[in-house]
Design a protein around this ligand. Structure first.
Ligand code: GDP
Ligand code: IMO
Ligand code: MG
Length: 432
């Protein structure tokens, strides 16, 4: 048996959903461990596109078990609508196929209102460009110990008490600080008790279930959301999300012991994108950036915003290798680079005559980083039909080899299109 963690190495949207769906073939369990419906994970299977925000990307396999760990923040209405969409697509979700941790915190309507209000109140240059899904305020309440957990809505009197305290505080904030309308206790109570009725059979102890699975020799796949540079501790703070996105949180966010993790696969887009505000050293503001945005179809899977595009950044990749303990890279969207005359890769940064091989701690310095590039010739061929490494043109193989050298990390798989089959699998991470 082997247990594998998948993480994003950049600023999210690296193609985690596609890779998780593909590797679920070799797994028995798929577990989300952080983030919420700020994530948008896209799968293309037999020509049909699915976008999941909360449900693990393993859900298309009928005989596999999916789990939402304690580290995830859940908007119950969104979860229920994803479950309904799957039912309509002929893949009904049942408690046999999905467990939700009793300890996962719930996103409440006031979290979304506060997310929007605090963003609007920020001056230009300090806005984060959040997804507006209530992620930050929900994690904030968790850390402040005033959050409401999935298990709490199964106990009406406990839920009423916690909701009352929260509504009093949030209405004060909404009306006094933000000049917004107050929210209704009764409406939220009724809606969440309705959700509780449907979700009750799904709510359980993910940690215990995973431990049982591990002891039975099952393969467990942990599905990260966002990316390493969006990690609240290690990313480009404050332009980050509100959870730890790195592999260490696969354990904390699901209740699984670190000594049982065998492999960490880092998903690396062959170029870089970022959605929302914040520093992005290798960002392109010219026609090459626009071309990558168009060719790569770089629009946010959650908010539909245009993604900012730039060259591959080996400093960012190396941060990810170090912070996550990455054992193999999944290099995605290689097909999008076809036709580029030459390809640049940032190998270090410079600011005020000083060289940086790692991200500086000061956000103002990070915002001024100038990448030091190396350049390689690109390839012109369409590579989307490649299914073996030898099907790739020599220049594409050179590009991959250079990434492996710069990161001192081997490649596990290459992705040459959005479809499940548009993949070159070099190593099965579940085989030791
Ligand atoms: P995630 O958040 O990391 O799961 O990534 P997203 O789903 O938000 O964004 C990745 C986008 O790229 C989606 O539209 C995928 O269908 C698409 N995609 C994934 N891998 C490839 C690839 O190798 N080539 C191309 N052209 N598209 C890909
Ligand atoms: P996946 O899992 C890309 C970004 C937002 C914003 C910042 C904070 O699809 O890779 P938040 O709503 O989390 O408080 O927003 O983080 N962000 C993402 N960017 N992909 C994601 O998820 C993201 N989730 C959050 O755009 O800049
Ligand atoms: Mg995404």
């Amino acid at each position: 048996m082997a247990n594998v963690v998948i993480v994003g190495t950049q600023w999210g949207d690296e193609g985690k959903g596609k890779v998780v769906d593909l590797l679920t073939n070799y797994a028995d369990y798929v577990v989300r461990f952080q983030g919420g419906n700020n994530a948008g994970h896209t799968l293309v299977v037999e020509g049909k596109q699915y976008i999941f925000h909360l449900i693990p990307s393993g859900i298309l396999y009928e005989n596999k078990k999916c789990m939402i760990g304690n580290g995830v923040v859940i908007d119950p209405a969104i979860l229920l609508s994803e479950m309904n969409e799957l039912t309509e697509a002929g893949l009904p979700v049942s408690p046999e196929r999905l467990t939700i941790s009793q300890n996962a915190h719930l996103i409440m309507p006031y979290h979304k209102l506060l997310d929007g209000a605090s963003e609007s109140a920020k001056k230009d240059g300090t806005k984060i460009g959040t997804t507006g899904r209530g992620i930050g305020p929900c994690y904030g309440d968790k850390i402040l110990r005033s959050g409401i957990k999935a298990g709490d809505i199964l106990d009406e009197s406990l839920f009423r008490e916690k909701l009352r305290e929260n509504i009093d505080e949030k209405n004060f904030l909404l009306t006094t600080k933000y000049g917004a309308k107050p929210i209704s206790f009764d409406e939220i109570l009724a809606a969440y008790l309705d959700h509780a009725e449907i979700l009750a059979p799904y709510i359980g102890n993910v940690s215990v279930e995973l431990d049982r699975a591990r002891k039975a020799g099952k393969h467990i796949l942990f599905e990260g959301a966002q990316g390493t540079q969006l990690d609240v501790d290690h990313g480009t703070y404050p332009f980050v999300t509100s959870s730890n996105t790195i592999s260490g949180n696969a354990c904390t966010g699901s209740g699984f012991g670190p000594s049982h993790i065998d492999q960490v696969i880092g998903i690396l887009k062959a170029y870089t994108t970022r959605v929302g505000e914040g520093p992005f050293p290798s960002e392109l503001f010219d026609e090459t950036g626009e071309a990558l945005q168009k060719k790569g179809g770089e629009f946010g899977a959650t908010t539909g915003r245009k993604r900012r595009c730039g060259w591959l950044d080996a400093v960012v990749a190396n941060e990810a290798v170090r912070l996550n303990g990455i054992t193999g890279l999944a290099i995605t969207k290689l097909d999008v680079l076809s036709g580029e005359k030459s390809l640049k890769t940032a190998v270090s940064y410079e600011v005020d005559g000083k060289r940086y091989e790692a991200m500086p701690g000061n956000i103002r310095t990070t915002a001024r980083l100038k990448p030091v590039y190396e350049e390689m010739p690109g390839w012109q061929e369409d590579i989307s039909k490649a299914r073996n490494i030898d099907d790739l043109p020599a220049k594409a193989r050179d590009y991959i080899k250079r990434i492996e050298e710069l990161t001192e990390t081997p490649t596990t798989l290459l992705s040459v299109g959005p479809g499940r089959e548009e993949t070159i699998l070099l190593r099965n991470p579940f085989e030791k």
